[in-house]
Ligand binder design. Sequence first.
Ligand SMILES: [Zn+2]
Length: 121
Amino acid sequence: MGLFEDVVVNAKTAVNVVGKKAGQMVDISKLRINAADLNNEISKRFEALGRVIYDAKKTENDSAELVNECVAAIDELYEQLDAVNEQISSLRCRVVCKQCGEENSAEACYCSKCGNKLDQE
Ligand SMILES: [Zn+2]
């Protein structure tokens, strides 16, 4: 059962590492990298899940619990990905004033704090 356990432990470690990273990052390019990392991680978890099922079939072990753990790890990663994507879209909807640093909504033409004309990119 050593291999199966490794797969699950690795899944949990990955979830923790990515979770910590997500909490620290605020700027959009880093969030995009974070989202890409999460997508990679999810792909790896799916691969691991496939391997668990394959090995269980071959060795006629009951894989139900391991499959559940892999699925839970994938769900957790999906939740993190949703949170990161939400952060990205909320950052995208804002324009930062170059003069005073105030965050304005994307539709605003002038800064709500200092009245500076905002660049629409
Ligand atoms: Zn301003």
